[in-house]
Structure formats: structure tokens, C-alpha cells
Design a binder for this molecule. Sequence first.
Ligand SMILES: Cc1cc2nc3c(=O)[nH]c(=O)nc-3n(C[C@H](O)[C@H](O)[C@H](O)COP(=O)(O)O)c2cc1C
Length: 303
Amino acid sequence: MADLRVTLLGTELKNPVIPASGTFGFGREFAELYDISMLGAVATKGLTLEPRAGNPTPRIAESRGVILNAVGLQNPGVRHFIEEDLAWLREKTKVIANVAGKDVEEYGKICALLDGKVDFIELNISCPNVKCGGMAFGIRPESIENVTWVAKNALKTTPLIVKLSPNVESIAENARAAERGGADALSLVNTFTGMAIDIERRRPILANNTGGVSGAGIKPIAVRMVLEAAHAVKIPVIGMGGITCAEDAIEFMMAGACAVEVGTQNFTDALACPKIIADLGAWCDAHGVERIRDLIGAARMNG
Ligand SMILES: Cc1cc2nc3c(=O)[nH]c(=O)nc-3n(C[C@H](O)[C@H](O)[C@H](O)COP(=O)(O)O)c2cc1C
């Protein structure tokens, strides 16, 4: 059986498969369906300093091959997470705490509260669904560098992953900005800003009007962006966007991702992650790949 272990910033993950932030809660519902300790790591729902109720409904809309969401960072707040969920989750697997602030100072405060308590922090500077900040930090190189620097300085021990927005002009430039700010790793992509209109009512379906587009249909764009980011920086990259099966995960790894996050597919099939892990092993065995880590960045460009 192929060796599925990968190393992320010196920490060994059992395999490269991580449920993506916002699609797995804090793992409790999924733990009723399967043993979540089989996962490489878990990325939590985005955590803010204070609890947030999120946006008004409807906040999810379906479209062919994708969904749109405008959940708006509904979460119980970072302190509640630390007190109620963290110990339970850490017993199971590695924990990536996804962090979202309404301003740069809040990012720093949340990071300081989580420092030393989680395996990694993933800075969500790219959520398109919150009015107060969110993507504002995530689209310009100067602000990406600045918020990364503030978060990094609030952390003494926990490594910092910066999650990039795809709604940008140059993903390579933004990847380099995060690296300059002190990011230890990058993850991408977050959702693409989109809209769906109810033609009978002649109004956007989402109460928020716009939402973040995710799911199978975004995969080719995400793969291209992961490859461009991986080529632009020296730090490791975690890839995501539309992964539905083991072959998709391998595509991201060949593009340069050292691990992958699986998001929307958890809604389509709650057992998506365990299936992908099993199928990754089978794919490697069938292709004579002894160590999955040998696939990282294996894709060679034509011409
Ligand atoms: C309902 C929903 C909620 C999300 N919430 C967050 C979040 O809190 N923080 C974050 O960084 N990304 C969030 N995301 C983005 C995902 O983590 C992921 O980057 C994106 O959906 C692309 O992957 P996918 O196509 O596999 O879903 C959310 C996505 C969805 C669909």
C-alpha cells in the first residue's frame, strides 16, 4: 500500500486530505458518520473574535456544477471554539484554525488567542461575503503583506498559512506578498465572487445578492492558480477548489500542492473525504507510486 503521508511545515499528516474551512463545521456532525481521525487534518469554520450570526437567508444557491454561498462567517467566536471544540478535535487529528477578522487588529488578536493551541492557523483574508473587511485585505499585495505581518507577529509558535483569494489580477504577485509578510505556507483558492438571478422574481437568489462560487466547476481555474502560486514562492502551498475525487486531488498535487482541501463535495457526499483517501491509495498502487509526496509538483509544462 502506497505511503500517503505528507509533511506540512515539519508536521506529518497521515495523508494530504483536509476538509476545507466552512464545509465541515468543527467536525462533530461528520464524526457521527465516520472516524475523522483518518483525515490528514481538519480546517475549522472561519473564527472571529466575537460570535457571528452570519448573513440573512437564502444564503446558499445551486447552479450547474457549482454552488454560491453567502454564509457570512457564522461562527460561535474563537473563545467558544477554544473552550468547547478544540480539545476534542485535537485528540482526533491535526487542527487548522481558520481565522477571519473585521480589521487587521482583530486578525492579530485572534491569532494571539490561538497561538500554541492549534497545529496551524489559516488566515482567511479572502472571504467575499462579509461587508466589514474580508476580501478588502485579500486583493491588494500591500494589504496582504500587512495583514500577514500583523498575524505573524502575534504568533510565537503556531505556523501561519495565508489563504488567498482568486478574485485578483495576479495570484503570483499576491502569493509573493504573503511570503514577504512572513507566511509559512499558502492555501488557495477561496471562492470566486458570483451571482445567480431568480428570473421569475427578477432578483438575485441570495439575500446578500452576491456570493462565493465553489464546487466542481471551478477546478480548472483553481488548478491553474495553484500552479502559478507554487511557482511564484518557496513556501509550501495547499491546493483546493472543486475537488470531488482522488484524481482531482492528484491534479492539484501535480500542480504543486503538498496537501489538498475538499470543500463543497462534503455537502454532496458526506463521505467524500474517506473515499478520496481510499482512492488515493488505490490510484498510487495502480500507478506504481510508492510515496504520494513524490507527486508534488510532478506536472511538467508543454513546450
Ligand atoms: C458554505 C461555505 C462556507 C465557507 N466558509 C469559509 C470560511 O469560513 N473560511 C474560509 O477560508 N473559506 C470558506 N469557504 C471556502 C472553502 O473553504 C473553499 O476555499 C472553497 O469552497 C473552494 O473549495 P471547494 O470548491 O472544494 O468547495 C467556504 C465555502 C463554502 C461552500
